[in-house]
Design a protein around this ligand. Structure first.
Ligand SMILES: NC(=O)c1ccc[n+]([C@@H]2O[C@H](COP(=O)([O-])OP(=O)(O)OC[C@H]3O[C@@H](n4cnc5c(N)ncnc54)[C@H](O)[C@@H]3O)[C@@H](O)[C@H]2O)c1
Length: 316
């Protein structure tokens, strides 16, 4: 298996929101990156995304103009799969569809050198199931990044049934080498850690709105001005220790039974989905994004995330 120190060439599959952003991180920390996509128009979109991200980072003092030019010079874009023949480390960030990913991995793992490390950025599909298509699956594991990956530090490293311990360690070290914060996930649970926690919160948020206890904006305000601020500094277990375990036990003894345990997608989300209101990408979701609102929302998110990152984390 390729050792971390021998890894120079990163091949990223999928030049979308995640792939384009990850390419910049690896280039930022000195790796040479091939960004592969099946569709030439997606390559063009990926190049545009990279240009937008880099302009924003320069404007906000995240990188200098000179470093940004270096970053761009280390990224090559391609629609040819022979890029995988020269890969030391592969990250797959293509469409979230098991069938498409299985077809991709069958071919990519055949082309990649035997000792290359192979990873998928799936949001929560089974790593074990996907590894069935991978040649030499002991070198394959999950590497789940958080949007926008060029700003958010967390990377989940997910071990599938066939994943060798050595692979987990190498992927962890590679995440550290690009100044990310890796967390190893064992047992391949669907949704890994971040999405399990995120969806537990989302289920209760939707339950509150559905029951008319508060509006979507009120729920967002509770997170932004209360819980969210806390959680960017301390986690739920630290919160319990600092607040008093006895109090959390006593509140939990009447509150857990009150919380939603919905087993299907709750109606406030399902109804918008049926109407095609997909959020910023379609101009409407829980909020309206007409008249440039989508671009403003994305810019504000990235600006605010960068401010928080600069305050709390080094090397962003
Ligand atoms: N967007 C997020 O917030 C987020 C966060 C974490 C993980 N992910 C995961 O990352 C992956 C990519 O998500 P995204 O948001 O970047 O999607 P996206 O739609 O922006 O990009 C996907 C890209 O994959 C390309 N593609 C599709 N099939 C392909 C194939 N067979 N070979 C090569 N390229 C192919 C498409 O042309 C497109 O450019 C998914 O698995 C997703 O679940 C997304």
């Amino acid at each position: 298996m390729r050792q971390t120190a021998d890894i120079e060439k990163i091949v990223i599959a999928g030049a979308g929101i995640m792939g384009a952003s990850m390419a910049q991180i690896f280039a930022r920390w000195g790796y040479s990156v091939d960004l592969y996509d099946i569709a030439p128009e997606s390559i063009d979109r990926g190049r545009d995304l990279i240009a937008v991200n880099q302009r924003a980072l320069i404007d906000q003092g995240g990188v200098s103009g000179e470093l940004s030019r270096e970053i761009l010079s280390r990224i090559a874009c391609t629609t040819k799969m022979d890029a995988f023949e020269g890969a030391d480390f592969v990250i797959e960030a293509i469409v979230e569809n098991m069938g498409v990913k299985l077809d991709f991995w069958k071919e990519a793992s055949r082309l990649a050198p035997d000792d290359a490390v192979l990873t998928t950025n799936t949001s929560g599909l089974s790593i074990t199931e996907m590894s069935a298509a991978v040649r030499l699956p002991e070198r394959f594991c999950g590497m789940h990044w958080v949007n926008p990956p060029h700003i958010v530090p967390l990377v989940e490293v997910i071990q599938g049934k066939s994943t060798a311990e050595e692979t987990v360690e190498t992927v962890r070290e590679v995440a550290l080498s690009v100044h990310k914060h890796p967390v190893v996930v064992r047992g391949d649970p669907r949704g890994f850690l971040l999405n399990r926690l995120q969806y537990a919160v989302l289920r209760e948020a939707l339950h509150i709105v559905e029951n008319g206890y508060a509006s979507a904006k009120d729920v967002d305000d509770v997170m932004k001005y209360g819980l969210g601020m806390r959680y960017s500094c301390i986690g739920p277990f630290e919160t319990v220790d600092l607040g008093g375990l006895d109090t959390f036990f006593l509140v939990g003894s009447y509150l857990f039974a009150e919380l939603s345990n919905a087993q299907s997608v709750p109606e406030p989300l399902a109804a918008l989905y049926r109407e095609g209101a997909f959020g910023t990408k379609s101009g409407r979701g829980f909020y309206d994004y007409g008249n440039g609102g989508a671009e403003r929302a994305i810019e504000k998110r990235d600006r605010d995330f960068l401010k928080v990152s600069k305050c709390l984390f080094e090397d962003v």
